[in-house]
Structures are given as C-alpha cells and as structure tokens.
Design a protein around this ligand. Structure first.
Ligand code: FHN
Length: 440
C-alpha cells in the first residue's frame, strides 16, 4: 500500500476518532445554565480589534483584519505595526457603557485574530499588546474588569488560523508564500501553543463567557486535536460556551452554533454550507458596514432599521444577534457605529420584552416578519406589510387575546381552518416593527 493511501487511511481514522472522541461530552450544570443565559441574552457586540486597524483596510474595500494576507505583508514587516499601536483614547468604561445602553448583554472580542497578534498580555508569546506596543497595557484585562463592573459577559474570539506562528505548518489555504516563515514546522507544537494561550485566557481573566473559534476552514484535513482543546476549555471553565465558526454542523463539545452574516439555515453569503440548524443555542453575527475590522473607506453602513429587523428575524429563529464593530487604532469606536447602537438601544428599551428571554415563535421567520414566544405569550413582529390585512398562517392554539404592543389596543383578527388573518390599519403600523402581542 503506497504512502499516500496510508496517509489518507490515517487521516480517515483520525477524523473518526476525533469525532467520536468528543461524543462523550456531557455539558456541566453550569454550562447548561449558561446556555439558558445565552439564549435569553439575545443581543451582543462583536469587536474585531488588532494592529491591523492601523492600516484601516489599506484604502480597499473588503479587507481590514485580512490585510496581512490580502496585501501579502511578510511577518518581518507586519511586526512593525505593533511598534506604533498606541490606542491612547481607549476607554473601556465608554465601550461597555455603550454596550449596555445598546441593550447588549455580552461582548465577543478578538483575543487573537488570524495575524497571530495577541491583544492580551500573553506569557506564552511576547507577540502581544503588552510586550510589543508603546501602549503596553492589557486591553483585554481592562475590558474584562469593566465588563465585570457593569455585568456584561465577555467571550474571546480566538483564531485557530495563524499567519505568524512558524509552526502553523503545513500551511493552509491562506498565509502561503509571502510570510517569510520557513517551509517547515511542527503542527503539534502550534496546537500546544494555541492551547497554552487558551489556558492563559481561561485562567487569568476570571469567568469567561466562552470561546468563539474561527479559522478551522483554513485546514480542514488537519489533525486539530479538537477533543483535547475542547476538553481543556471545559476543564478550566466548565461553564464556558464553545462555538466554532466552521460553517458546518456543530461538532461534539460545542455548546452553541453560529451563522456568519446569514440567518440560521440560510446561505446568502455562500459559505454557510450547512443547512443544519442544531438544537444548540444559536447566534448569527453581522457587520455594521461590510467589514469586520476598521476599514476607513467602507461607508456601506446598514440602517438601524435593517439591523433591528435582522435581529428580530434572528430571534424568530431563537438565535442571538452578534453585531460587530471594528474599533479605530486610537481606541475609539467609529461614531457611525455609536449612533446606530444608540438607536438600537432606544428600540430595545421600548420593545426588549418581545426579544429578551424569548425563544423561536410558532411561525418561522418569513417575508412579512417573525414571531417570538415566552410561555403562552407570542409576539408577532410584522416587518413588511403594505396591506391592511395579513395572513400569518396557523397558530398552535386559539388566540385568547390580541393587542398592538405599542398602545395595547385590540387587534381584530379572524381564525380560519387555514390560518389566522390580522387586521393592520395603517394608523397602527410602526416604521420598523409592528408588534402584536397575543395570548394563546
Ligand atoms: O476570516 C474571518 C473574518 O476575519 C472574521 O473574523 C469573520 C467573523 O465571523 N470570520 C472569518 C470569516 O468567515
């Protein structure tokens, strides 16, 4: 049997073992409790912040945090970026207060993105914000302390893909041929390094909401030793929720499933191959413009109406909405994002009851809107209806009462064997979301 066949047999065996090795994962009670918390929380802030923010996308669309790879910047040049990363205007109190006023309950921040630069004071590698920048402070520690003060949970986005580490070898689909790293390396040493950094994050920063992995898609066939990494995380903090943005059905050991820039089960972006919506807690993540990291010229901002309606539809699937901002190199959040979050916060302040603590409603999200539910209360979110009447399909039980959420006035409706028709006079319609509260 030739070497190739032996290698592929090993790979096949590894994948089987890897998958089955994690099948015995049983979430701890605190993990199950945090999964409930997560599903109730509904709304969070995604933060993509790194030394790449200094290049601000390089004057191109579509790149920000990917600039090292897209502009083929070798490690020895990219390593100059930290030497002038000095976010003197970074104010964690300002960031976390903005999050709270937006009605968000948690933050997911990049502890390390694909460029390999740690945004926390790592002892495992000096390629980090404390050791390599004039700012010299652990921004993640500062943020975590403020989150603890204000009751906001903090999750770490951690990239498994690494364009800087010499032992990320063999290379994957990216980080090839320009970094200046030797064409050699010890993959297991890289995984040990990644696990060591995760140990730091789960040991030195108090209670962590969870780990948001990304980047496995760079080397699908690699022996990621996932079972070991997931077991390590759950050993250090059994309540920490693990999610991985691999765009496939969740692997055993994962505690929530995320969808990137698509509602659960949809694939408008072309990379959410799996149509599988698992029974795990769900989350979709979205950008405010078209970029994750700070991009100076990307002015393609989504309106607050569009973002609120996406959040409502996500809630209609029982999914959280993780909305992203890419802070600027001076440590400030873009004013456009601050404004949007303020508007969303006002909406959540008024209508949050129909989102927080709910689960997916009896009628799946559709063109006209979505439904959310808590006990025997169902909220019908009408996002797009030009007519005075709306056929919403079949509800599981007869309606006991139906009122407009805004003024508590009665909604007239007709229940037929085919489903329910609502009367929506123009005067009762809201600009963003006309909510009808029904008791079943
Ligand atoms: O490559 C990353 C990208 O930079 C960003 O972090 C997004 C956020 O979900 N995830 C990957 C692209 O799928």
């Amino acid at each position: 049997m030739n070497v190739q066949r032996i290698a592929s047999l090993w790979m096949f065996l590894f994948l089987i073992i890897n998958l089955y090795a994690q099948k015995d994962y049983v979430p701890a009670p605190e993990n199950l409790k945090n999964r409930e918390w997560f599903q109730d929380a509904k709304f969070g802030l995604f933060i993509h912040w790194g030394v790449y923010s200094e290049l601000a996308g390089g004057g191109d669309y579509g790149i920000a945090e990917w600039i090292m790879n897209q502009k083929k910047i070798p490690v020895k040049l990219y390593e100059k970026l930290p030497t002038f990363f000095n976010p003197t205007q970074f104010d964690p109190k300002e960031w976390v207060s903005m999050v709270k006023n937006a009605g968000m309950k948690y933050i997911v921040i990049t502890s390390k993105h694909h460029d390999g630069f740690a945004m926390y004071g790592s002892k495992v590698s000096n390629y980090n914000v404390v050791d390599r920048t004039p700012y010299g402070k652990d921004v993640i520690k500062m943020l975590k302390d403020e989150c603890d003060r204000q009751g906001i949970k903090l999750f770490f986005y951690h990239s498994q893909l690494d364009w800087h580490h010499p032992d990320y070898f063999p290379r994957g689909n990216t980080g090839q041929g320009y970094t200046g790293r030797p064409e050699s390396g010890d993959w297991n040493k890289y995984l040990d390094y990644m696990n060591a950094q995760l140990t730091e994050l789960l040991t030195n920063y108090g209670e962590v909401g969870g780990i948001w992995f990304d980047g496995m898609w760079d080397k699908w066939d690699a022996p990621w030793r996932l079972d070991e990494t997931y077991a390590l995380i759950h050993k250090l903090q059994p309540g920490a929720l693990i999610g991985s943005n691999h765009h496939k059905a969740p692997f055993p050991g994962e505690d929530f499933q995320m969808f990137e820039r698509d509602l659960p089960g949809e694939n408008t972006m072309g990379f959410n191959q799996t149509g599988t919506i698992s029974e795990l807690p769900l989350e979709m993540c979205e950008t405010m413009n078209g970029s994750w990291g700070f991009n100076l010229i990307d002015q393609d901002y989504k309106s607050s109406k569009q973002l609120i309606q996406t959040m409502v539809k996500a809630a209609g699937y029982g999914a959280n909405f993780l909305l992203n901002t890419g802070p600027m190199p001076n440590g400030k959040i873009q004013p456009e994002n601050v404004d949007t979050l303020m508007i969303m916060g006002k909406w959540m302040n008024k209508y949050g009851e129909t989102i927080y603590g709910t689960r997916r409603g009896p009628i799946k999200p559709t063109t006209w809107g979505a439904t959310t539910q808590k006990d025997n209360k169902v909220w019908i979110h009408v996002l797009d209806c030009k007519d005075d009447y709306l056929f919403i399909g079949k509800l599981p039980k007869k309606i006991k009462s139906a009122v407009f959420f805004d003024d508590r006035s009665k909604v007239s409706f007709k229940e037929t064997e085919y489903g329910t028709i609502l009367n929506l006079p123009a005067i009762k319609k809201q600009k963003v979301d006309t909510i009808i509260e029904i008791e079943l």
